[in-house]
Design a protein around this ligand. Structure first.
Ligand code: PLP
Length: 479
C-alpha cells in the first residue's frame, strides 16, 4: 500500500502540532539561550545514513527530542541577539498550511491561490511602506536575496542604457559598472555584488560617520564625478546602530548622475510603516529599488523577504525564466517566479498576507513604535550605570553597548566579552556581540513581537547584574 492512510496523516500532524504548541507556550519561561551548543546538537543528531525507512511518527518524535535543547528563543520575549523576528503564531499557522497544501508558487497556473495571495500582499506592502505603487515586488527568502535581485535588475538596466544586454551576453566585454556603496553596507550587499560578477572589492566606498551613516560632503564629491553605468547602494537601518543614510541629501545627487539607486532596508524600511519613525526614511521613496524582510518586523516565519523595484520591466528582464511548458509571460497574470531567482518555490504570499491582515497597518505601526521605545528604555537604564556606555543614537530598535568604558580599551573589550557571556549564562535574556569602531561591543535588537515593557526592564536589570558580577569577579568592584 503506497497511499498514506488518513489516520497516519492525522496522528503525525497532531503529534507535530502538540510538540509545537508545547514549545511555543513554554518559550516565554525558557532560559533565553539554547541549553546545548552546536557540538552537543551535532552529537545528538549524528547517526549513520538510514538504510531503511522508519515510521514517520517515530521520526517526528525523535526530531522533537533531539532538537529541543539546541533551540534558540527568538520566539520568546527577551531575545535581542540579532535582528530576528518572532515568527508570529498566525504567520506560523499560514506557513503550516502552505506546507500542508504543498503549493508550488512558481506560476499562476501551478497555484492560482498562491499567486493571488502574493499579488494582493504586494499591493499592501507598497501601501504600508509607502513606496511607488507601480513598483513590482518579488517574494524572496530574505534581504540577502532581495539585495541580489534588486542589484541584478540594476545591473541589467544600467548596462542596457549604454547599449549592452547583460542578460543575454553576460559581463564579458561589458562596459564597467561603477558601484558606489557606504563603507558600512551590510555584508549581504557585498555577497550580492560577488554573486552578480560586480565584485566585492571593485566598489567605491563612501566614508561613514560613527553611526555607520554615509557622510554627505565626501559622498557628494564622489557622486559629482560619477558616470553611467553606475549603481549607488544606500542603507535604511544599520545592523548595529540602526542608523539611516541621509536619503534627502544623497538620493537626488545620485539620481542626477543617472545611477540606479538601491536601498537595503532589511528591517529599517519598516520604519516607514510608523508615523513616529517614518521621518528617518524621508527621501528613500525616490530610489529605484528596495530590500526588506518579512521575517524581521512583519514577524512572518522564516524565510520571507521582499524585493521592490520601481521599473517592473527591468525587474522581470533580470529574473524571468521561460520555457514552453510554463505559462507565457505577458498574458496579464502575475507569475511569482518572474520577480525572484527561483522557479519552484515556497508560497510565501500566504504567510505575508496572513501577517498583514493579523496585525493591520495600525498594529505594525504600534509594534515598531513600541520596540523603539523599549530600546530607548534599555539604553537609558544601561547608560546610567558608571562604566557602561551606549555608543549609538537610539533612534530605532538597536542598542550598542560598551562595558568598562571607563577603563583602558583592552580591559573594556575583556569586560564586554565577559558580560555577554555572563548574561547568557544567567539566561534571562540573550544579547549579541560585535566589533564596532575597532572595539568589542554588545548589541541588542528589540524586534520580537512578544517583548513587552516588563521584559525590557527585566532584561536591562539582568544586563546590569551581569556586568556588576563580572566586575566583582574581576577583583575591581565598582569603578
Ligand atoms: C541591513 C541588513 N541587510 C541585509 C540583511 C540580511 O538579511 P537576511 O539575513 O534576512 O537575508 C540584514 C540582516 O540582519 C540586515 O540587517
Amino acid at each position: 500500500m503506497v497511499r498514506t492512510a488518513p489516520h497516519t496523516v492525522e496522528h503525525l500532524w497532531r503529534r507535530a502540532c502538540d510538540a509545537a504548541i508545547t514549545f511555543r507556550t513554554g518559550v516565554v519561561d525558557r532560559p533565553a539561550p539554547p541549553r546545548q551548543d552546536y557540538a552537543s546538537s551535532l552529537r545528538a543528531f549524528d547517526a549513520p545514513l538510514p538504510a531503511s525507512g522508519t515510521d514517520p511518527e517515530e521520526v517526528v518524535d525523535d526530531l522533537v527530542r533531539l532538537a529541543d535543547a539546541g533551540l534558540m528563543t527568538p520566539t520568546g520575549a527577551r531575545f535581542f541577539g540579532w535582528v530576528i523576528g518572532g515568527s508570529h503564531p498566525a504567520g506560523v499557522a499560514a506557513d503550516w498550511l502552505t506546507s500542508a497544501w504543498g503549493q508550488n508558487a512558481g506560476n499562476h497556473q501551478a497555484s492560482p491561490a498562491a499567486s493571488a495571495a502574493e499579488t494582493v500582499s504586494a499591493r499592501w506592502l507598497l501601501e504600508l511602506l509607502d513606496l511607488p505603487r507601480e513598483a513590482s515586488v518579488g517574494f524572496v527568502t530574505g534581504a540577502t536575496m532581495a539585495n541580489f535581485t534588486a542589484l541584478a535588475a540594476a545591473r541589467g538596466e544600467v548596462l542596457r542604457r549604454v547599449g549592452w544586454d547583460v542578460e543575454r551576453d553576460g559581463l564579458f566585454g561589458a562596459p564597467p559598472v561603477e558601484v558606489v556603496i557606504g563603507a558600512e553596507a551590510h555584508t549581504t550587499v557585498y555577497a550580492a555584488l560577488q554573486l552578480l560578477g560586480l565584485g566585492r572589492e571593485r566598489v567605491t566606498r563612501l566614508p561613514v560617520d560613527d553611526q555607520g551613516r554615509i557622510v554627505v560632503g565626501p559622498a557628494h564629491e564622489v557622486l559629482a564625478r560619477l558616470e553611467e553605468p553606475a549603481i549607488v547602494v544606500l542603507q535604511a537601518g544599520h545592523v548595529n546602530t540602526g542608523a539611516f543614510d541621509d536619503f534627502a541629501a544623497l538620493v537626488p545627487a545620485a539620481a542626477a548622475t543617472g545611477a540606479w539607486i538601491h536601498v537595503d532596508g532589511a528591517f529599517g524600511l519598516w520604519a516607514r510603516a510608523c508615523d513616529e519613525t517614518a521621518g528617518l526614511t524621508s527621501g528613500l521613496e525616490d530610489a529605484d529599488s528596495w530590500a526588506v524582510d518579512g521575517h524581521k518586523w512583519l514577524q512572518t516565519p522564516y524565510d520571507s523577504g521582499f524585493v521592490v523595484v520601481r521599473d517592473e520591466r527591468a525587474h522581470r528582464q533580470a529574473m524571468t525564466i521561460s520555457a514552453s511548458y510554463l505559462p507565457m509571460s505577458g498574458d496579464g497574470d502575475r507569475d511569482p517566479s518572474h520577480y525572484v531567482p527561483e522557479l519552484s518555490r515556497r508560497a510565501r504570499g500566504f504567510a505575508t498576507w496572513t501577517m498583514i491582515r493579523t496585525l493591520g497597518r495600525d498594529g505594525i505601526a504600534a509594534m515598531v513604535a513600541r520596540h523603539c521605545a523599549y530600546a530607548r528604555l534599555i539604553a537609558t537604564t544601561l547608560q546610567a550605570e558608571p562604566g557602561v556606555a551606549v555608543l549609538n543614537e537610539v533612534d530605532l530598535n538597536q542598542v550598542l553597548v560598551r562595558f568598562g568604558d571607563d577603563r583602558r580599551d583592552l580591559d573594556g573589550d575583556r569586560l564586554t566579552r565577559a558580560t555577554i557571556e555572563r548574561i547568557r549564562a544567567d539566561g534571562v535574556c540573550f544579547t549579541g556581540g560585535a566589533h564596532w569602531l575597532g572595539r568589542e561591543v554588545m548589541r541588542l535588537s528589540v524586534i520580537g513581537f512578544e517583548t513587552d515593557e516588563g521584559d525590557a526592564v527585566r532584561s536591562a536589570q539582568a544586563v546590569l547584574a551581569a556586568y556588576r558580577h563580572v566586575l566583582e569577579s574581576d577583583g575591581q568592584p565598582g569603578s
